[in-house]
Every structure is written in structure tokens, then in C-alpha cells.
Ligand binder design. Structure first.
Ligand code: SAJ
Length: 430
């Protein structure tokens, strides 16, 4: 089959839904993507290193909060989704979406080892007519520098016999309005023929596609989105520190500023920056630019301010105890909410953990309540979520609201005499 015929056949397979998709990495990005692809009528083979994840999915059970098990079960039973650990099955699929983690190393440098491992697995099994789409957030140049050479080192040519794109994931865990299908999807490709093929195949899966001229542009779109959040959250956090020093209610200031109908976007202070994206992704950009002798000052400054917040709030606990002539050492402290943001169970990079560490290192006795997190390991000890009731309120010398889960009954706190450090202004809103 000639190269044009290869591209044409992929377009045909997109239109008659006979194309088979592959998704590498079946986590909070990959599994929702696999479901959307299957619901568009395509068969999906999910690839994951974790046999337990593969078995759970093949058993019709979802391990991802935003994916409903009944929906997944139906798709598995129809044969539209199956999971495997066997990368040798990759030649079966026409388009492979790579949705693997891109964390930071201990030295805060990008750790693209998962992307490299996935790219090597794809390259090893690559055949003419395959399409590779990298979805993991990464530094500009990853698609062209890491994936393209691996795809071409067996003589295949990107844009002719194989096709390559970057299309950033935009999953907002817990967001019930914006999901994988209805969130506009940016696609940056290496050649126009790549664009033709990827847009045809992704077309039935996403309501809106946003083509851009290169993978670098698409990689930067994602980094701009998340750096925008990190910088503005950092500004909100700095305003919290400023207002604290001036004795002004930062929440009142922000709420009033947010009445401006144009030219303002509301961000709120918090315990710090959690999650697997916002605290991490901007550092991918900073790293790349350091290599080009440019210092991305906003990225670095936002990181400094945001990572300072756990200390700011733990000092507020000290002040609150001091008002009662108590010290942190020996105090009983209840932490309400430990997940990194409301209404989810994810603990990754959660600033609540930093607050727990700071206070326990000062000698406080910590208990926590989080309806989404039954237990977690903290410095080698398993902490269990306690019942949020009058008994624990009587036990506590101070309460820290670190995550504002919607299902917690904050009215219990209404008449409590216990000092409360409310990092999310839950009580101010109620
Ligand atoms: N936070 C604040 N103040 C704010 C907003 C957020 O302190 O005004 C905190 C949150 O509590 C959390 C952290 O910042 O700890 C990140 O929050 P987030 O709302 O950005 O949520 P993430 O990291 O789960 O998901 C984000 C997506 N969220 C939104 O756009 C609302 C989106 O930026 C990306 O799709 C996603 O990261 C990703 O995968 O990159």
C-alpha cells in the first residue's frame, strides 16, 4: 500500500469506525479517554504495566473516580474495551494514545522515563499505517525529539508511513461539567498529512478539535494553561499573606474584586498547591528554558509562594493556640480534609500533608477526617480517618480545614469553641 493509500485507509477506518485505538496508561487520563473512544464506536485496547489495573478493567470495574463502573462494564461486555499488559499486541491498533505520568525527579527536573518507555514499546512494535499521539504533559520538543527518531529508526517516515501528534490531556478530576468528550482538544502535528489523519480519527471522539501548527505549539498550550493557574494561585496566596499582615480579610477582598465583570478572574488562596499537574508542569517549562539560558521568573516565583503556604498556615495554628495560652507541642489538632482538592480522593502533592508534617514535627498530636481518604501513610505510620463528631471536637485544641469537601457537615463547627484555621474559607462561605 502506498503512503497516500495508508493515510486514506486510516481516514476510511475513522469514518466506518473500524479503526482500532490503543491507550497506553489507564489512569485518570487514559481510562476516561478509552471510554470516550469506545463510546464513539471504536474498539480500544488499553495497555498498562499494572496487572491489577488490567484485571480490574477487564472485570468491568473502574478504579478511576470519574469513570462509572457500569459504563465501563457495558463497554467491556460489548468487546469495545479490553486491557492488557502485553505490548506485543500494539500492531493490532491503528492509533496509540500515550497517557503516562510525567512527574518531576527529586531534583525537580522532568522525569520523562515513562514517556521514553512507552515510546520504546511503540517503536518496537511499530508498523506502517500507525498513528502515535502523545497526551502526557511535557516540555516543548518532547514529541519531535523523543518520539519521532524512535519511530523513524526502523526506516518508517513520519508523515508518510506513520503519523505523529501531540494532543494535551485536559482532564479536571472531579469536574462534572467538563469531561473528556466535551472539553476542546488541542492537536499539534508534525506534518499536514499527520493532521489529516489524526483529526479524522479524533473527530468522532471529541466534540471540538483545535488544530495547531506543530507539536511544540500544542506542548506549550498545555504548559501555558497550567502555568497560568500556578501563577494566579500564587498571586492569590501572596494576597493572603499581604492581607494577613494588614489585618484585612483576603476572602472579602477577592470576592469584591471578582465582582468586576471584565478583566479579572477569581483564584483563591489555599493550603498550597496540590495535584499531579499544577505544582509540576510549570517546572517542565522552567527546565527546558534553563537549557536555553532563560530564567522563567514567573514559574519559579509562583512555585516559591505556593510552596510557602503550608508553613504560613501552620504558623496560623501556632497563633490560634497561643490565643488559648497553648503551644503546638502537645496540642491535639484535627485536620479536616487531606486530599489535594475538594470532592476527590487524590493525595498527590497534597499540601495538607505538609501541614500535618510541620505540626507533628512541632510535637502536635494529629487526627484527620476525610470522607474520600480512609487512610494514608505518613512518615511510615498509617493514619486512619476519624469520625467527624462531637467526640473529636471535644478532643481537639485546634481544627485546620485543609480541603473543603462538599460532603462534610461543617455545621458541627458552628458553636464550637475550638479555634479553627480555615485555609479554604469554608465557614466564611457558609
Ligand atoms: N487551587 C487553589 N486556588 C485556586 C485553584 C486551585 O489553591 O484558586 C489549588 C487546588 O486546591 C489544588 C491545586 O491548586 O491543590 C490545583 O488545582 P486545580 O483546580 O488546577 O486542579 P487539578 O490540578 O486537579 O487539575 C488541573 C485542571 N484544573 C482546572 O483547570 C480547574 C487543569 O488545569 C488540567 O486539566 C489538569 O490540572 C491537568 O491535568 O493538567
Amino acid at each position: 500500500m502506498s503512503n497516500t493509500e495508508l493515510a486514506d485507509s486510516l481516514v476510511e477506518k475513522a469514518r466506518d469506525r473500524s479503526a482500532v485505538f490503543g491507550v497506553i496508561g489507564l489512569g485518570y487520563v487514559g481510562l476516561p479517554l478509552a471510554v470516550e473512544i469506545a463510546e464513539a464506536g471504536f474498539r480500544v485496547v488499553g495497555f498498562d504495566l499494572n496487572q491489577a489495573v488490567v484485571d480490574t478493567i477487564n472485570g468491568g470495574k473502574s478504579h478511576i473516580q470519574d469513570v462509572d463502573s457500569e459504563t465501563l462494564k457495558g463497554l467491556v461486555e460489548k468487546g469495545l474495551i479490553e486491557a492488557t499488559t502485553d505490548n506485543g499486541r500494539m500492531p493490532e491498533v491503528d492509533l496509540v494514545s500515550i497517557c503516562v505520568p510525567t512527574p518531576l525527579s527529586k531534583t525537580k527536573d522532568p522525569d520523562v522515563s515513562y514517556v521514553v518507555a512507552a515510546a520504546d514499546a511503540v517503536a518496537k512494535n511499530l508498523r506502517p499505517g500507525q498513528v502515535i499521539v502523545l497526551e502526557s504533559t511535557t516540555y516543548p520538543g518532547t514529541t519531535r525529539d523523543l518520539l519521532l527518531p524512535r519511530m523513524e529508526d526502523k526506516g518508517l517516515v513520519v508523515g508518510e508511513s506513520v503519523f505523529l501528534a501531540f494532543s494535551p490531556e485536559r482532564v479536571d478530576p472531579g469536574n462534572e461539567t467538563w469531561q473528556t468528550r466535551n472539553t476542546p482538544k488541542v492537536v499539534g502535528t508534525v506534518t499536514p498529512e499527520c493532521a489529516r489523519v489524526v483529526l479524522e480519527l479524533y473527530g468522532p471522539v471529541f466534540e471540538t478539535l483545535v488544530p495547531v501548527s506543530s507539536p511544540e505549539a500544542a506542548e506549550l498550550v498545555k504548559l501555558l494553561e497550567n502555568t497560568f493557574r500556578s501563577v494566579n494561585i500564587g498571586l492569590a496566596n501572596e494576597m493572603a499573606i499581604v492581607c494577613d499582615k494588614l489585618g484585612v480579610d483576603v476572602w472579602e477582598v477577592i470576592d469584591a474584586a471578582a465582582t468586576k465583570p471584565f478583566g479579572f478572574m477569581k483564584f483563591t488562596p489555599g493550603p498550597g498547591l496540590g495535584g499531579h499537574c499544577i505544582p509540576i508542569d510549570p517546572h517542565y517549562l522552567a527546565w527546558k528554558m534553563r537549557g536555553l539560558n532563560y530564567k522563567t521568573r514567573f514559574v519559579d516565583l509562583a512555585g516559591e509562594v505556593n510552596s510557602e503556604m503550608p508553613l504560613f498556615w501552620s504558623r496560623k495554628v501556632g497563633d490560634a493556640l497561643n490565643e488559648k495560652a497553648k503551644s503546638v507541642r502537645g496540642a491535639n489538632i484535627l485536620v479536616l480534609g487531606v486530599a489535594y482538592k475538594k470532592n476527590i480522593d487524590d493525595m498527590r502533592e497534597s499540601p495538607a500533608i505538609d501541614i500535618v508534617s510541620l505540626l507533628s514535627n512541632q510535637g502536635a498530636e494529629i487526627k484527620y477526617h476525610d470522607p474520600y481518604v480512609p487512610s494514608f501513610m505518613h512518615e511510615g505510620i498509617e493514619l486512619q480517618s476519624v469520625e467527624f463528631n462531637t467526640a473529636v471536637l471535644n478532643w481537639a485544641d485546634c481544627i485546620v480545614i485543609a480541603t473543603d469537601h462538599g460532603s462534610v457537615d461543617y455545621s458541627l463547627l458552628k458553636n464550637s469553641e475550638v479555634p479553627i484555621v480555615d485555609t479554604r474559607n469554608v465557614l466564611g462561605n457558609s
